[in-house]
Structure formats: structure tokens, C-alpha cells
Design a protein around this ligand. Structure first.
Ligand code: FAD
Length: 596
């Protein structure tokens, strides 16, 4: 049994629940059949087992180092794994054939990639950024930019970065200061510092393509003044070689987890790296001036869903590792056992350990399923009926902060439970689970911190377009509940719990927005995100229950047990949260900083 992910569960989610085979009737996917999809999933699993998982610990222990010449040293195994991934063609799996892709369904692409995310969050981080950078350029770049940058990214010859954050501008992107000057020949020169840039310098690929948000001189303050630029690390010379652009590695950040991915502070336009001292990093505008943030959102939204998938994958692998341990670790006897000389039982026999395993299963399988659901929406957006695309796109937008944040919170909790299952051993570096926790701890922070996602959900996503996306969500939940009711039994009970919670979330949303005071409405947004997330995962578990209906065997019984756990142990937690929200509690809002 693989301890990375469960292929059995993946097959259930993709083929028994999300009807991915049904997608293959659409012209874009006509070249594929179940066998080709299986082959891609097999390939990803193989790469994960052979080249990613075995080096995960080593890449963590040997974090990247900055050398005197500004280069970055890291273990050779990282390059070996990423070279193999590039050679496999998986970086372009869901892309069109005209850019070198395989036109696989997006959901299969994301399922394949989840193997690598679970096997090594640190090593797979470069690929995540590279795929997202290529997507952004394909959507917003010119034909020439696609040719020069997106295609090499998809081949893995170049790797990508996203350069938004600055020391003074993390959550608040409107405060970005990096400047762009026109160079008089249609391009720009950039000056400024970017903080926290993952994959900002390395020798894993031929070159690096930085996608940078900057403010063109004279542009308005705030996010409306931001434009998006390609800043290649290397520029071609007239002689056919290449020289360094004016991008300098100022230092590395030393992280708690995900140490396989180098994290950098980059300076643009210091004039140190270009021959002749000519300064300013050569940059090419992508899309329209002033439309940088909305273009960057293509990359950020993809990255947010990928971050959620990474959190789910880490939660999942932690669950499987602790499950494996619990089956083997003898300790203690059943509560009623009288004979002190009887053999110890494996800890999986103790109810409290089973609780910790079942909670992990409910969190991790629920989170991965939600991320696959979102990826399936991307397929519907690309290839589904035109008439439904506005509804699908709105729903995807609404679900994005949840798909990013709920796994980041609850699969981190799953990793904490995995450590607990291993007891003292879990707290040591001799086992893997402590690393999963550290790796996962990043996910509520980057790509929009947890609190920012909460404000996005409550402040924008549920009300945008007069609440159209929220209504689509309600329609879909109601449809699942109706289906479940027709099945009766546990499915019907689960539907009732989800319906009750949905009604409470709808009511709380109305109360919060009726306050007509943005500060008060958003004061407790994180609680709202958690409650909405639980509703969403409760619905996703209902969907899985329906897909498992009438099927027999341990696998399906396990699905039913996890759904039951979520209904009986998790959903009731949301009642007090929603009551607190509806009371428009001002405890945090009125708190004076001096009182802390
Ligand atoms: C390992 C790592 C990798 C990263 N990779 C990249 C990358 O590749 N590219 C990139 O551009 N960035 C990257 N980041 C940056 C990351 O996106 C930021 O750290 C994140 O956006 C938060 O910004 P900050 O660290 O400045 O924290 P702050 O913005 O200072 O936030 C600190 C706290 O205050 C809260 N807060 C801030 N503003 C508000 C508000 N208005 N309302 C309520 N709460 C608020 C936040 O939720 C958070 O809890 C990375 C970060 C890390 C740690």
C-alpha cells in the first residue's frame, strides 16, 4: 500500500463520483480513454514513489544555500526529480496540443500532480509555480510571449516565479513600490525589491521567468496602478549567447518547512549584474497597463487551488503514515482487559486512536475531493456548455478561498493528529509526520493569508453579482440534498444536516451584510470562512455518500464512516460559530491594542 496517496480513493473520486470518463465525449478530450488517463496517473505515482518521496526528507535537511557568487546550491536529487517530471510531459498535461500539451482533463492533471505534492511539497513547488506562470502567459500574453516563454516553461526548460510580495506589501498589494520605467523602445526597466519569492534563483532549469507586479511611473496609487511584467533572468546577446538581466539575489529566507523550495529576496535594477553598469531589469509588459493584478489573479487563483490541493495532499499522506504506524505499534490492552500478561494490542484497536485516524480521513479525503471538484469545474469552464459558463465561473470563484483555506486549516490539524498517533516518535525527525506538519504550516500563510481569504469570501464572493455565485452554490447543494433524500437512510440524514447548516449560513450572511458597516461585517470573517468551509465539506461528503450508495466492501464502509463522523462530530461545531456571527459580536472589533 502506498503511503503517499490512495489510488483506490483517487479512482473513486475521479471515476465513480466526478464522472471523468463522461468528460471524454467532449471534443477537446476525444483522443483520451480510461487507459490513457490511468497511464498518466500511474506515471505520476511512479515519479512520486521513485524520485520525489525518497528525497523529501533529505531536501528538508539540506536546505538551499547561497554561495559567494550568488548562486544557490541544493541537493542534486531535486534536479533529478524535476528533470524527470519535465521529461514526462506532465507539466503540460492539460494544455492544448498547439502549445505542446496533451489536452488531458484538468481534473486528471491535478490528480496526477497531487501525487507529487504529497510525495514532496518542497520539490514539487517549482513545478506548481512553473505551470501557473505558463497558464498566465497563455491567457494574457502575446503570441510572441507564449512562444518565447510559455512553451519553454511547459517543457520545463525554464521555471517560473510569481513576484508580488515586498517587505512592506504582503497582504496589501496596493502598497507595492517596485517601479517600471519606459525604456523608449517598447520595453521597461524595473527597480525595486521583492520579498519571499519562491524559486527566485537556482540552477534547476536553463533560465527563470519572473512574473512581476510593478507600478509604471505616473500610474495611480493602489492596485489600479499595478501592471504585470515578464522579467527573464537571462537575456539573449547579439552573439547568440545569454547574459544576466539586472536581477540580484539579495538573500535566502530560512523556513520552518517546504525547505526543498528555495525562497529568496530579489533586487531588481541594482545595476550590479549587467555589464557596463547599465541599470534597470529589462521587463516586458503582459496585457494592458494597469491591469496587472487582474492578470496576476489567473496565476494566484490557480496557485490558491493548488495550495489547497497541497494542504490536502499533506494531510492525506500524514493520515496514511499514521494509519500504517497504528496498525503496527503494539501498546496497551483493551479498556476492559484484566490479564496484565496478555499480549499488547496494536494501537489502532483503541477508540481514541481510531478517532484521530477517522478525523484525519474525514479532513483529508474531504479536502482532496473539494479540490478535485474545483478542478472539474475548470474542465466545465473550458469545455462545457457556453450557457453555463458564467455560473460555473462564479461558483469556482466562490469556492476558491474555501478550497485554499479549509484544507490549509483542517489538513494541518490532520497532520497534528498524525503526530499524536505516533506519540513520542511522531515528535522526532526519525519519522516523517513532523515534516508534513511543518510543510503544511505554510499553507494558511502564503497565497493570501487565512484572514485575507476570509474577507474575500464574506466581503466579495458571497455578494458579487447580487449573490449570483452564492445562489449557484445553494442550487447545487439543494440538488444533492434532493438526490440524497430519495435514497433515504444515512444519505437522507446527512442531507438534513447539510440543509439546516445551509439555511443558517444564508441567514448569517444576510445579517452580516445588513449591518451596513464593513468593519463590523468583516470583523469575524475567519469564523465565517470556517463555518462556510464546514458546510462545503459537509456537502462534498454528501456527494461522496451518494456515489458510494449501495456499494459494498471496506472501502465504501470507510467512506460512510468518515461521512458519518463529519456529520455527527464536525457539522454541529458550526452552530455556535454562526450564532456568534449573527449576534454581530464586537469583542475583537472594540478591543483596544493597549489592552493586549
Ligand atoms: C515560504 C513563503 C513563500 C512565499 N512565496 C511567495 C512567492 O513566491 N511570491 C510572492 O509574491 N509572495 C510569496 N510569499 C509571500 C506571502 O504571500 C505573504 O507572506 C503573505 O501574503 C502575507 O504577507 P506578509 O507576510 O507580509 O504578512 P502581513 O500582510 O503583514 O500579514 C500578517 C498578518 O496580518 C493579517 N492581516 C494583514 N492585513 C490584514 C487585513 N487587512 N485584515 C485582516 N488581517 C490582516 C494577515 O492575515 C496575517 O495574519 C511567500 C511567503 C512565504 C512565507
Amino acid at each position: 500500500m502506498s503511503l503517499i496517496l490512495s489510488r483506490r480513493d483517487m479512482d473513486f473520486l475521479l471515476f465513480e463520483w466526478l464522472d471523468v470518463e463522461g468528460l471524454l465525449t467532449r471534443p477537446r478530450y476525444a483522443e483520451h480513454d480510461r487507459e490513457t488517463l490511468n497511464a498518466v496517473l500511474d506515471l505520476a505515482q511512479q515519479l512520486a514513489e521513485d524520485l520525489f518521496a525518497p528525497h523529501n526528507k533529505m531536501a528538508d535537511a539540506n536546505e538551499p544555500r547561497m554561495l559567494a557568487d550568488g548562486a544557490v546550491a541544493m541537493p542534486a536529487a531535486t534536479k533529478t526529480a524535476l528533470d524527470a517530471l519535465s521529461a514526462s510531459g506532465l507539466l503540460a498535461a492539460s494544455q492544448s496540443t498547439d502549445v505542446g500539451g496533451m489536452q488531458l482533463p484538468f481534473v486528471v492533471d491535478k490528480a496526477a500532480f497531487a501525487w507529487l505534492q504529497a510525495a514532496s511539497a518542497g520539490i514539487s513547488g517549482y513545478a506548481l509555480l512553473t505551470m501557473a506562470a505558463a497558464n498566465l502567459l497563455i491567457e494574457h500574453g502575446s503570441a510572441e510571449q507564449i512562444e518565447r516563454y510559455a512553451k519553454p516553461l511547459l517543457q520545463g526548460r525554464f521555471f517560473g516565479t510569481m513576484c508580488l510580495s515586498e517587505p512592506q506589501a504582503g497582504s496589501s498589494l496596493g502598497d507595492i513600490r517596485t517601479r517600471a520605467e519606459r525604456d523608449g523602445q517598447g520595453a521597461f526597466r524595473l527597480f525595486g525589491s521583492k520579498m519571499w519569492i519562491s524559486g527566485g534563483e537556482h540552477s534547476l532549469s536553463e533560465s527563470i521567468v519572473h512574473l512581476v507586479l510593478a507600478r509604471i511611473d505616473g500610474a495611480p496609487a493602489g492596485v489600479k496602478g499595478l501592471s504585470l511584467f515578464i522579467v527573464p533572468r537571462d537575456l539573449p546577446t547579439a552573439e547568440g549567447g545569454s547574459e544576466r538581466n539586472d536581477v540580484t539575489l539579495a538573500g535566502l529566507n530560512h523556513k520552518m518547512g517546504q525547505r526543498g523550495t528555495v525562497n529568496t529576496l530579489l533586487n531588481f535594477g541594482e545595476g550590479q549584474s549587467r555589464p557596463g553598469g547599465e541599470s534597470g531589469a529589462v521587463a516586458y509588459l503582459v496585457g494592458r497597463e494597469g491591469a496587472g493584478l487582474s492578470a496576476m489573479f489567473t496565476m494566484m487563483n490557480e496557485a490558491r487551488i493548488s495550495v489547497g490541493a497541497s494542504a490536502a495532499a499533506l494531510g492525506y499522506t500524514g493520515y496514511l503514515h499514521s494509519l500504517d504506524y497504528a496498525r503496527q505499534r503494539p501498546q496497551g490492552r483493551p479498556a476492559g482487559a484484566k490479564d496484565a500478561t496478555s499480549p499488547q494490542v496494536p494501537i489502532i484497536r483503541h477508540a481514541d486512536v481510531k478517532r484521530m485516524l477517522l478525523a484525519q480521513k474525514a479532513y483529508a479525503e474531504g479536502a482532496l475531493a473539494l479540490n478535485f471538484y474545483c478542478a472539474r469545474l475548470v474542465d466545465d469552464l473550458r469545455t462545457g456548455p457556453e450557457a453555463e459558463s458564467a455560473a460555473v465561473s462564479g461558483l469556482l470563484d466562490l469556492l476558491t478561498p474555501i478550497a485554499k483555506s479549509w484544507p490549509s486549516q483542517f489538513c494541518l490539524e490532520a497532520n497534528a493528529l498524525a503526530i499524536q498517533v505516533l506519540g513520542g516518535y511522531g515528535y522526532t525527525r526519525d519519522f516523517n509526520v513532523e515534516q508534513f506538519y511543518r510543510d503544511n504550516r505554510l499553507n494558511p500563510i502564503h497565497e493570501g493569508a487565512h484572514g485575507i481569504q476570509a474577507i474575500d469570501l464574506l466581503g466579495r464572493k458571497v455578494v458579487i453579482g447580487q449573490g449570483a455565485a452564492f445562489e449557484e452554490f445553494q442550487r447545487r447543494v439543494a440538488r444533492s440534498c434532493k438526490q440524497a433524500r430519495a435514497l433515504g437512510g444515512e444519505e437522507s440524514e446527512h442531507a438534513s444536516a447539510v440543509e439546516t447548516l445551509l439555511a443558517a449560513v444564508v441567514e448569517t450572511t444576510a445579517v452580516l451584510h445588513a449591518a451596513d458597516d464593513p468593519e463590523l461585517t468583516l470583523a469575524n470573517a475567519s469564523q465565517y470562512l470556517e463555518a462556510f468551509g464546514h458546510l462545503t465539506i459537509g456537502w462534498i461528503w454528501l456527494e461522496q455518500l451518494i456515489a458510494a450508495h449501495g456499494k459494498v466492501g471496506d472501502f465504501y464502509d470507510g467512506k460512510r464512516a468518515a461521512a458519518r463522523y463529519f456529520r455527527l462530530w464536525e457539522l454541529p461545531r458550526t452552530g455556535p460559530m454562526l450564532a456568534l456571527l449573527s449576534s454581530l459580536d464586537r469583542t475583537t472589533l472594540d478591543l483596544e491594542p493597549a489592552w493586549l
